[in-house]
Design a protein around this ligand. Structure first.
Ligand code: ADP
Length: 228
């Protein structure tokens, strides 16, 4: 469960308020699309959830962890609960598909046996069986994003944040990525997605939260979106 209660974030006095008293409640296993123009506050919301930024005021609770009482040593545990994918993939181009995903487990101290068991399963889930030995630059954008998703979910986070994952993709590859997000969601992961793609939002028929100028201005089940 994700709970934000009257959360405000100002980066500095000069920059004004990025988010102002926003309250949001997301149940486990929900699929929520967050829309809003550039500068509305979407990335700030994500950075608060991953604890890259701290709120100026207000309460944040994720998976039973109250951020107010979070100690530095709790942050890795929190980050384990939240996988993140970005518009620009952020893959390691000198590592193969397999190695990119395995690396997320290696740095977590997972045993080689478990890595060998887990990575192929996750690559299969995102539809990349047979691409294990390719390097990211040998793949299409859609495939690269699916590697990034595999890496983000390989430690089975409760929440997957996808920040404009289709922003660099043509429609066909964008849909391949969205289908994978739906599958990950079906297996029980909460998905928070931002996109400017009107067609995708309207076809998904999911909850749509609209942020404008640091405020939540609408929150609708099976919401629609008109990009302006
Ligand atoms: P979005 O993701 O919807 O484009 P952001 O959350 O990135 O919006 O930005 C919301 C507001 O916060 C904008 O006015 C932006 O300029 C400001 N902002 C974002 N990051 C910083 C930062 N590190 N320092 C100062 N202001 C920031």
């Amino acid at each position: 469960m994700i709970l934000l209660d009257r959360v405000t974030k100002s980066y500095s006095r000069r920059s004004g308020t990025a988010l102002e008293r926003i309250s949001l409640h997301v149940e486990p296993k929900e699929f929520v699309i967050i829309v809003g123009q550039s500068g509305a506050g979407k990335s700030t919301l994500f950075k608060l959830l991953t604890r890259e930024e701290k709120p100026t005021s207000g309460k944040i609770i994720v998976g039973g962890m109250d951020y107010e009482h979070l100690r530095d040593k709790d942050v890795p545990l929190l980050r384990r609960k939240i996988g993140v994918v970005f518009q620009d993939f952020k893959l390691l181009n000198n590592k193969t598909v397999y190695e990119n995903v395995a690396f997320a487990l290696e740095i977590a101290g997972i045993s080689n046996n478990e890595i060998k068991h887990t990575v192929p399963k996750v690559l299969d889930l995102v539809g990349l069986k047979g691409k294990e030995n390719n390097y990211p630059l040998e793949l299409s954008g859609g495939e690269r994003q699916r590697v990034a998703i595999a890496r983000a979910i390989v430690r089975q986070p409760k929440i997957l944040i996808a920040d404009e994952p289709t922003g660099n993709l043509d429609p066909k590859h964008a849909w391949d990525v969205i289908k994978v997000l739906e599958k990950v969601n079906k297996y029980g992961t909460t998905v928070l997605l931002t996109t400017h793609n009107q067609e995708i939002v309207n076809a998904l028929k999911r909850r749509v939260v609209t942020i404008a100028d640091g405020h939540i201005v609408s929150d609708k089940a099976q919401g629609q979106y008109r990009a302006s």
